[in-house]
Design a protein around this ligand. Structure first.
Ligand code: 13P
Ligand code: SF4
Length: 394
């Protein structure tokens, strides 16, 4: 089933059909998606939504702190106390011990991380429980435990260090902490891998194969032959023991469906259309796309690069469209275009909209905590070990 959305699009850009998620009911702590928000939401056509959000935020005062990821809609970003990439937002959450409510405008794994990094008397709220991440769902704890058994059978588990991308469930983060590993984000993956290779001989990188491969090959001097791809849907990951023993990077077969849309043809096409254009992409893009680009980095890096760019310069950006549009609007003196011709929102990030934010803030102001994200104590203990290792990376 698909739906199209009416958008204010640049000339030549076609809306792309967005898959509709099949939603279940209420919260499912074992999955990033497939749940629907149980709330009685205000109508999206209510002309007072902005005023209502403002009034509820004022009523809450210092008790609430709103975090906004760079992929959020403008209508939501307008109410964020701080915006950032997933690394910056994790640090910001940890640095707000005075706020009773952390409203996380982002996706489920980010809110879980915020819950792990905040104290027990602080409550983390995700305005729509269906705001998950399909990449995070590509590694379940059963699959990862099974993989660890496969590595043990091959005799390499004790020389392998797990490095898990922030875009993973709290269960996976806890597995990582229990087994001597660290979390990374797209802004510190190289530092995390350097640390991991000081602790062991091999890395199990999950769940984003592209961030793992791009960092290993483009930043760490490893080769593609040093990397193998572990497929959780095949016995033994689809690899022989010899392949596992020979590898330095064992990449989990996960990816981001938003960044997976960019291809080399998009890069060639934009270079032909805009001579001298700088191509800047997120490291969740495929290896050949990152190789064909001029710059690669996290969402925060993308923003900072554009801030520092020369007036008159031209940029094609390969990441989520809400961010690209905001960057383009902030730099009218530069030419900023979206890397692909089709629209590329993250549909789950986009689930958080003004009606959900108003409902969340008004409920909190009335003393009713909705959509709280809570990680159980045992999972939290080990997930925090892995997150703290990341926060302490040099
Ligand atoms: P950043 O860490 O760059 O914010 O990326 C998060 C994300 O989900 C990208 O898809
Ligand atoms: Fe997940 Fe990709 Fe959306 Fe980021 S952009 S939240 S990795 S689906």
């Amino acid at each position: 089933m698909t739906a199209t959305h009416d958008l204010d699009l640049p000339p030549g850009v076609q809306p792309t059909p967005l898959a509709l998620l099949m939603l279940g009911r209420a919260s499912d702590p074992r999955s990033e998606r497939g749940v629907e928000c149980p709330g009685d939401l205000p109508s999206p056509s209510d002309p007072d939504l902005v005023a209502r959000a403002r009034a509820a935020k004022e009523r809450l005062g210092d008790r609430v702190f709103i975090l906004g990821h760079h992929y959020q809609r403008d209508e939501v970003i307008d109410f964020a106390d701080v915006t950032g990439d997933s690394f910056k937002l994790a640090r910001e959450a940890a640095a707000r011990p005075g706020a009773s409510y952390i409203v996380f405008c982002g996706v489920h794994f980010m809110a879980e991380s915020a819950d792990i990094l905040t104290s027990d008397d602080q409550q983390v709220i995700l305005p729509d429980l269906a705001a998950g991440c399909s990449m995070a769902d590509m590694a379940t704890s059963e699959q990862v435990e099974e993989c660890w058994d496969v590595l043990a059978d091959a005799g390499i588990a004790d020389v392998t260090v797990p490095v898990s991308y922030m875009n993973s469930s709290a269960d996976i983060k806890a597995f990582t902490g229990r087994n001597g590993g660290t979390i990374c984000t797209s802004s510190n993956a190289e530092r995390a891998l350097n640390w991991a290779f000081e602790q062991g001989e091999k890395v199990l990188f999950l769940p984003d194969q592209h961030l793992g491969r791009n960092t290993a090959v483009l930043e760490m001097g490893l080769t593609l032959d040093d990397c193998v791809l572990y497929n959780p849907h095949k016995p033994g990951g689809g690899l022989t023991r010899e392949q596992l023993r020979a590898a330095k990077m064992i990449l989990w077969r996960g990816h981001c469906s938003v960044h997976g849309r960019f291809d080399v043809a998009s890069v060639e096409d934009v270079r032909a259309r805009i001579p001298g254009v700088n191509v800047l992409v997120h490291p969740e893009c495929r290896h050949e796309v990152v190789q064909a680009a001029d710059y690669v980095g996290s969402t925060e890096y993308i923003i900072n690069t554009l801030d520092a760019a020369e007036p008159g310069s031209a940029w094609a950006i390969g990441t989520e469209l809400n961010l690209v549009r905001r960057v383009a609007a902030a730099h009218p003196d530069k030419q900023v275009v979206f890397l692909d011709k089709t629209v590329c929102f993250c549909s789950t990030m986009n689930r958080i909209d003004l009606p959900h934010l108003v409902w969340t803030l008004e409920s909190l102001a009335d003393g009713n905590v909705v959509n709280r994200i809570r990680v159980d104590a045992e999972t939290e203990k080990f997930a925090k070990v892995a997150l703290d290792r990341m926060l302490a990376l040099p």
